[in-house]
Design a protein around this ligand. Structure first.
Ligand SMILES: Cc1cc2nc3c(=O)[nH]c(=O)nc-3n(C[C@H](O)[C@H](O)[C@H](O)COP(=O)(O)OP(=O)(O)OC[C@H]3O[C@@H](n4cnc5c(N)ncnc54)[C@H](O)[C@@H]3O)c2cc1C
Length: 479
């Protein structure tokens, strides 16, 4: 084998992809992402969980993470993540993220569902994700080892022998280009856009997950999808999120008759874990009722604390400072994904994964709020640093392309999204899962979205008991 100077190819330029690329220095990196569809990273509102407050500890953060994850988590991975959280925040500050601070100079800490204390570090009020992306993008642009390319939809992986050794990209004009790689990292985010209602951007359609699965990568925990309970219930596919930090700051949930929505349902009330609140909102709406978030008790300057929420509401003719907001649950975060260890190894040599597309066990059956930016950055950095040390060998053997395959036609997507929303939403039942799986199986020779949906539904059918965010209404009655 001969030494080659092939780049590490990173697919996806959310925070996971950018953190990986930056940490891989001095190894050459090509950072690829699709055109102008944004990333979930840039939309993140609440912030980053880290035990930096007085009286807090990584052990307490870890305990809350395990409880939220229904102890389905990999406990050692959770301990590592919570241990490195303060250093991850410090690294982000070094990259230029200006976190919000109180007048005394210490970090302002928000509180979100499932956290036993105020532990959420934020920037620009509720614009944390945008601040992170802005700072990391500036670093990427300055980094001489990173070559960034937009307008690059990765739709095939190159295998040489049993190793992933490159990618094929397609631009907006449908022109293809092949890129050979020393190693390939999938950092393509989640699957929310496969659902009828989501907080995710349209590009969070699971295409990287579909590609990795097509190449034979092991999946893990595909059935666990988190639904956020409070998106603004307006027309559309990608709905504006009303961050949980609003409830941490004094907002409350009500039903259409003005009764507290979470009364007597959970000791943490409005700040109960997301799946509990999301199921309650779902149930009331399924019964034809309406659900509301009253954020009018929040004191302080909305423009400074919640500029993203304020702007989104005003754009829909609603003023959160003066009126209650109609809310709906939305598909929000995928706990499952391509199975990896903490170093991002998948089951295929040469293929790595980081961020929301990966499943290394830290989130278990349900992610604790604000642990995902943390995971994407911390694991991205860990992966990049490890890849920089991997000896780069030219892969041998016959080469073949693994294609993602044809996409559903635009008019076919809404039906699939409705199918998943109904059958694979916050509340699931054997018969509906079976019917939806049959629809996808019948069409699985066609579009890649149908094959991915089939894999998701298969995992949901196999887990016949409720766990974390996977709620089986039938509690396991045979289909
Ligand atoms: C509205 C909202 C609010 C959130 N708030 C928080 C929060 O407060 N705290 C928190 O911890 N988490 C939050 N999350 C979750 C968090 O933002 C995500 O889990 C995290 O940012 C995922 O990062 P990522 O880098 O893995 O993926 P993303 O940021 O989604 O980036 C994926 C990238 O991959 C690219 N891509 C996808 N497919 C392809 C392809 N085939 N070819 C090329 N490129 C491709 C996309 O264009 C994109 O650039 C929020 C999510 C949303 C949607």
């Amino acid at each position: 084998m001969t030494q080659a100077r092939l780049p590490i190819v990173v697919i996806g330029s959310g925070v996971a992809g950018m953190a990986t690329a930056l940490a891989a220095a001095p190894a050459p990196v090509r950072l690829l992402c699709r055109a102008s569809e944004g990333s979930a990273s840039a939309m993140a509102q609440g912030g980053i969980a880290a035990a930096v407050g007085e009286g807090d500890s990584p052990a307490a953060h870890a305990e809350d993470t395990l409880v939220a994850g229904a102890h389905h988590n990999d406990a050692a991975a959770v301990r590592w993540l919570c241990d490195v959280a303060p250093a991850t925040v410090a690294w982000l500050a070094e990259q230029g993220v200006v976190f919000d601070r109180a007048s005394g100079g210490h970090l302002q800490l928000g509180r979100e569902g499932g956290h036993g204390m105020h532990r959420i570090v934020h920037a620009g009020g509720d614009a944390t994700g945008a601040m992170l992306v802005q700072a990391l993008q500036a670093r990427v642009e300055q980094a001489s080892h990173v070559q960034w390319r937009g307008d690059a939809d990765v739709d095939a992986l190159l295998l040489r022998g049993d190793r992933v050794a490159g990618v094929r990209i397609r631009d907006a004009q449908r022109r293809h280009e092949e890129i050979e790689a020393a190693l390939v990292v999938v950092a393509t985010g989640g699957i929310g856009a496969l659902y009828a209602h989501t907080s995710n951007p349209p590009g969070a359609d699971g295409s990287g997950l579909a590609l990795a699965l097509a190449a034979g990568a092991e999946p893990r925990d595909l059935e666990f999808v988190q639904f956020h309970p409070t998106a603004l219930a307006v027309e559309g596919h990608s709905l504006p999120l009303l961050t949980e930090a609003l409830r941490g700051a004094g907002a409350h949930l009500y039903d259409g008759e003005g009764r507290p929505l979470m009364a007597d349902l959970h000791p943490l009330g409005d700040l109960a874990p997301r799946d509990v609140v999301a199921r309650r909102v779902w149930a009331v709406r399924q019964q034809g009722g309406s659900t509301w978030l009253d954020a009018t008790p929040i004191e302080g300057e909305w423009e400074r604390r919640f500029p993203t929420v304020l702007a989104a509401c005003l754009a829909h003719g609603l003023d959160p400072r003066r009126e209650r907001l109609p809310i709906s649950p939305v598909a929000h975060f995928h706990m499952g994904g391509v199975a990896t260890d903490l170093d991002g190894h998948t089951s295929i040599p040469g293929l790595y994964a980081a961020g929301e597309v990966a499943c290394n066990g830290v989130h278990g059956a349900n992610r604790l709020a604000s642990n995902s930016l943390l995971e994407a950055v911390a694991c991205g950095r860990r992966l990049g640093a490890a890849l920089a040390k991997v000896p780069v060998l030219q892969a041998g053997g016959t080469h073949r392309w693994i294609e993602r395959g044809a996409s559903l036609p635009a008019e076919g997507l809404p039906a699939l999204r409705e199918l998943l929303w109904r059958a694979a939403g916050p509340v699931r039942e054997a018969g509906e899962l079976r019917d939806a799986w049959q629809v996808c199986t019948a069409a699985a020779d066609g579009a890649w979205q149908m094959r991915l949906a089939q894999a998701l539904l298969r995992a949901m059918r196999l887990r016949s008991r409720s766990l974390g965010a996977h709620w089986r209404e039938d509690h396991g009655c045979p289909a």
